[in-house]
Design a protein around this ligand. Structure first.
Ligand code: ADP
Ligand code: MG
Length: 619
């Protein structure tokens, strides 16, 4: 008997390490998380190639130790990204399988399948996983699953989202929506029901999975979801705890038996599997026994570990979690006290210390973790899928919105970045700034459109420029208006307008022009802004000092040109002023990078000492 209606729609959480599928049970009016053939509710995001088969999920993971070079995991890290991306390069160094670039700089996994070398993109690996999840659901629903909502991290850029969507389409699914993982988690908890149309409800989602930590701040107001900020670490997750445990037990074994098992892959793989079990058990017991039969050279390994020791071994990981949470609030410029709900998802959020850290960070706040943390995202996605498929009566119309991950700005005098739309601004959005010409009779003006966080404009990513020519002849200070707009699809457009004549220059920048910055490139840009903060601030100070000198010199020039003022000046004073202007202009004309800030300040003092007494004299 069919358990759904109108063709079945499911929600798929396509995770870095585990995937999960859920469906709405029409008759029971609830979401069911569907178990795989092994009876597990989550399925490893692993695809393995052998001489006879393509294995997916549990079966693939179980043979990983003996077929490492043909067992692909973590495809989500590479999807929609380029091989030249520095972190793709970095990731590939430690992978047990081969990754090469195709002619489009797209990463491809190289495997041996049926005695032949074959290459697969991350998109096609993900597609196999999505298809497998669809089949798990089809088996349970007793009808073909045709439609799905697929989740992606909130920080995924357009190219990563598009690639995920294509992966699902290749798996034969009609994608109802690509939805942000934290949004799906908030939907799972029905948090939109608590939001009203007057007040915004702030939700903090902490998603701690197998290989990544993603934290997001959402706001809900009258069924509109907005991602206000995201932060995270693409290399912090459950596997790091396993690594620390593995090293700890390996040392204990080696010391106790005076051996070195570190070069034995089979022993390592068996000890790692035991570490995974021990870690999971430590989330529920204060002390856990460890045992591996004939671990190395026939020697059994027996040990135990307490929760306290586990926390001590992973101190640094917990510290990093805290820092990431803090950063999210700094970015969003929101007080943590204004958070209404905290949602914990991802398998690693089961670790008691993680819960404790969050409880301490949000005292007296309700922490939602009643839904299995590794199922909550699929749960929300399944609910949304049913809603979009018209399976739920009186379902609210949820609107899911987004933020821009990097700031958009322009260059102003002295290569200083002026930000029009700061990063993490909810889109769609429009911002306008007014600028003025810097020279007399300036007939053309150009603004470069940059994205990035550096204060020195030219260090940011140049997207294009807008230019107006044929400005009327006027003294400097002639006004123009620069407007940036980001529409709901994340497309930026810039418009430069002459305020007097309304003459315009338009520029539309699509995702393609943006160079499809990957998540890590975005993270890198944000990080480099941090690294170069002092240097950039020095640059801004220097530019300001030069601008101040330039402004003052302009005033002196104006005085000379103004007949009324000029007639009062003695020829000696005129000569002095002219000389001072010429000297200052040499300094102003020199390259900013090659000058010291004090040069501008000293020159300003020097020209002032000439011009101020003259000004006083003539009144
Ligand atoms: P993904 O990163 O793919 O979204 P999940 O959210 O399913 O993955 O999280 C998987 C991680 O959760 C794994 O590293 C697993 O070891 C960890 N995990 C699962 N159960 C527990 C538990 N009881 N205690 C600690 N960690 C757990
Ligand atoms: Mg996940």
């Amino acid at each position: 008997m069919a358990k759904g209606n109108k063709g079945c729609a499911v929600g798929i959480d396509l995770g870095t390490t585990f995937s999960c599928v859920g469906a709405w049970l029409h008759q029971e009016s609830r979401v069911e998380i569907i178990t795989n053939q092994q009876g597990k509710r989550t399925t490893p995001s692993v695809v393995a190639f052998t001489n006879t088969d393509i294995l997916i999920g549990e079966a693939a993971r179980n043979q990983a130790a003996t077929n490492a070079e043909n067992t692909i995991f973590g495809a989500k890290r590479l999807i929609g990204r380029k091989c030249s991306d520095p972190t793709v390069k970095n990731d590939c160094k430690t992978l047990p399988f081969k990754v090469v670039a195709n002619s489009d700089d797209e990463p491809k996994f190289v495997v041996n399948h049926q005695f032949e070398e074959k290459k697969f993109t991350a998109e096609s690996i993900s597609s196999k996983i999505v298809k497998h999840m669809g089949e798990i659901a089809t088996g349970f629903m007793e009808q073909a699953v045709k439609k799905a909502v697929i989740t992606v991290p909130a920080h995924f850029n357009d190219s990563q989202r598009q690639a995920t969507k294509r992966a699902a389409a290749r798996a034969g699914l009609d994608v109802l929506r690509i939805v942000n993982e934290p949004t799906a988690a908030a939907i799972a908890y029905g948090l939109y029901k608590r939001a009203n149309s007057v007040e915004e409800r702030n939700i903090f989602v902490f998603d701690f999975g197998g290989g990544t930590l993603d934290v997001s701040l959402l706001a809900i107001k009258h069924n509109v979801f907005i991602v206000k900020a995201t932060s995270g670490d693409t290399h912090l997750g459950g596997e790091d705890f396993n690594n620390n445990l593995l090293n700890h037990f390996m040392k204990r074994f080696n010391t106790k038996h005076n051996k070195d098992m570190s070069k034995d892959p089979r022993a390592l793989s068996r000890l790692r599997a035991e570490c995974e079990r021990v870690k999971q058990d430590l989330s529920f017991s204060k002390e856990v026994n460890v045992h591996v039969d004939a671990l190395f050279q026939g020697i059994d390994f027996s040990d135990k570990i307490t929760q306290a020791k586990f926390e001590d071994l992973n101190k640094e990981l917990f510290e990093n979690c805290k820092k990431i949470v803090e950063k999210c609030f700094i970015d969003a410029k929101i007080e943590r006290s204004s958070v209404h709900d905290v949602v914990l998802v991802g398998g690693s959020s089961r670790i008691p210390k993680v819960k404790q850290i969050l409880q301490e960070f949000f005292p007296a706040k309700a922490i939602h973790n009643s839904i299995n943390p590794d199922e909550a995202i699929a749960h929300g996605a399944a609910y949304l899928a049913a809603m979009l498929n018209g399976d739920i009566k009186n379902a609210p119309q949820l609107v899911l919105s987004d933020v821009n991950p990097l700031s958009f700005g322009t260059n102003t005098r002295g290569d200083v970045m002026d930000v029009l739309i700061p990063r993490n601004t909810p889109i769609p959005v429009t911002k306008t700034m007014e600028y003025v010409t810097v020279k007399d009779d300036q007939t053309a003006i150009r603004f470069k459109v940059y994205e990035g966080e550096r204060k020195k404009a030219s260090e940011n990513n140049l997207l294009g420029s807008v230019r107006l020519t044929g400005l009327p002849s006027a003294p400097r200070g002639y006004e123009v208006k620069l407007t940036y707009t980001i529409d709901e699809n994340g497309i930026l457009s810039a418009c430069l307008m002459d305020k007097k004549t309304n003459k315009k220059c338009n520029l539309v920048i699509t995702e393609d022009d943006k160079g499809k910055l990957s998540t890590d490139e975005i993270a890198e840009m944000i990080e480099s802004a941090e690294i170069f903060k002092d240097e950039d601030e020095e640059h801004v100070k220097k530019a300001k000092a030069r601008n101040a000198l330039d402004d003052y010199v302009y005033e002196m020039e104006k005085a000379l040109k103004d007949n009324h003022v000029s007639s009062k000046l003695s020829s000696e004073d005129k000569g002095k002023i002219k000389h001072a202007i010429d000297e200052a202009k040499k300094v102003i004309g020199a390259k900013l990078d090659e000058q010291d800030k004090s040069v501008y300040k000293d020159h300003l003092k020097a020209v002032k000492s000439v011009f101020e007494p003259i000004k006083k004299k003539i009144g």
